[in-house]
Design a protein around this ligand. Sequence first.
Ligand SMILES: C[S@@+](CC[C@H](N)C(=O)[O-])C[C@H]1O[C@@H](n2cnc3c(N)ncnc32)[C@H](O)[C@@H]1O
Length: 212
Amino acid sequence: MECKSYFDTVAQQWDAMRREFFSPAVRDQALARAGLEAGRTALDVGAGSGFVSRGLVAKGLQVIAVDQSERMLAELSVALPEVDCRVGDADFLPVDDAAVDYVFANMYLHHVEDPGSAIREMVRVLKPGGVLTITDLDEHDFEFLRREQHDRWLGFQQAQLEEWYRAAGLEDVTVQPLGENCCASSCNCGEQVKISIFIASGKKAAEAQLST
Ligand SMILES: C[S@@+](CC[C@H](N)C(=O)[O-])C[C@H]1O[C@@H](n2cnc3c(N)ncnc32)[C@H](O)[C@@H]1O
């Protein structure tokens, strides 16, 4: 089964699955780090059923959600009808250049084929001065996640994130431990694991401050 088919299949159970994997503190910290201003526009990439989008709507942001899985976006639409849902892929986000003030991607990067390219594409759609916040898994060696949850990358080194961020033209780059774990267990062998989560933040080089 491919990654997209996997997420289409689990879409209706994703909220329950996600609650076992990680806590809302991950979202709270991501939103806090971005320094949100109500009324601005935010993009939630790999939005799934709307974990991050929900927090953004609650803070008064205009939200665009992009995901490859129509079924995940269908779940999101029911819960958050005000969100602009768009089906799209990591390398071709269906969003104009310099269109949004913030981009968020939670637990998305370890699924994409080329993370450096996916980061460049997320930076493309940011306005000058806009902020990219990625929360994802630190490097680990739990192979069962490739087989059972279609993870393509077994997490990342924080130094690698910093390199990709800088190469994409971001400044004020920080990559740090978030202080939360992702908890997963294998369906086949019962193995239970905890993987630490990082938060990466950077600002698109600005000719001007965030515009309205
Ligand atoms: C682990 S889920 C995380 C969902 C959500 N961000 C959350 O925190 O609950 C990963 C999501 O990324 C999407 N995704 C994976 N690879 C993608 C790609 N190449 N392009 C667009 N979306 C992708 C999946 O369909 C899935 O909804």
